[in-house]
Design a protein around this ligand. Sequence first.
Ligand code: HEM
Length: 357
Amino acid sequence: MLVRRTQPQLPILQLPDENGRDAPQGAQTGGPSRGVPVSAAPASAAAAPVAGRGRGTRSGPSRLLQISAWASFVLNVTIIATGGTVRLTGSGLGCTDWPVCTPGSLVPTPELGIHGIIEFANRTISGPLLVAGILVLVLSWRIRARRSDLLVISAVVLGLVVLQALVGAFVVWFHLNANLVGFHYTVSLVLVCVTAAYLVRMFEDPLPRRVDVPRGFAILTHVTTLFMALTVLFGVLTTGAGPHSGDADVVRDGFDATVLSHVHAWPGYISLALVLALVGWSGVRRLRTLRWSIALLAALLVQIGVGVFQARSGLPPFAVGVHMVLASLTAAAMTVVVLRLKRPAAAAAAAPAGATR
Ligand code: HEM
């Protein structure tokens, strides 16, 4: 695709078409923005990335891709809320079969009552969620020549969505086995993280990325991720051992809920201490992780507050639901912090080491 020629007498930089086919050598790795003659651009602009943060520019992600990617993220958070509602209202098996609701009906019958409607609503979300996932994959395929990273992430998302449909079926067929329910939730939480990663990468340049923070900081961030993952894992096991593991008659995961709740809280508090260290370090060194570390800290503080509240007040369903949804947003914020350890090579070269952006 040819760019609009503003000064035809000078060589014009061409950008790739949606398949990245007609870009001249070098155009995919850096160059001034569309329509700017190469020789007229200042040296720093020549080093600037092509498909930069690009919101609204013709080289950035298309509006449809942006909408689809956001929809994918939001729907994956939403389905955690609706799935949680199924669990917390005892509506598991509100639909007795899968993929149809009952052996003779696709939709809930009046006899299934409110539980049928709640579970069916949860299933219904998976429709638009699947459509958003497919759309993102198709649109990523169209720009695969310059954004193979986005294609890979979107394929992972779609793969996980399909896996979730199967796990959902097993949850029904195995009568809300608590371990399966917990696995179902965990995959959704991972999906929220991966769709968040897509959003971050979508607005970044399609260039090789390199670490842009001190090595110790990167290690500390990954250690924090590990403790947060342990917190989530033990949180899932705690829920599976308690009253909200499926419905009133469900087989629990067999662990002691009281012991587990402590084992769940410890890595949570360690994560808090580590995130405080990340915020402090980012602030002192003015790292590009600062803003998202603060967001992570805020999410974690609220999450811990809700966790302590629900533990002290007999696990009220609404608080447990908020705790489940917030866990996915906290994990997504952690994902963004991890992604901001690196930045596209050209941008890293142009900026002072570790500068906030
Ligand atoms: C970043 C993630 C999370 C953090 C920081 C966190 C933190 C906490 C904290 C501090 C408590 C209070 C524990 C106590 O005082 O005894 C708690 C309770 C609880 N959390 Fe989490 N949590 C997280 C994720 C999760 C997840 C993913 C689940 C399950 C899906 C979960 C389920 C629970 C349950 C069931 C309790 C109540 C335990 C009980 O008293 O029986 N948490 N959480």
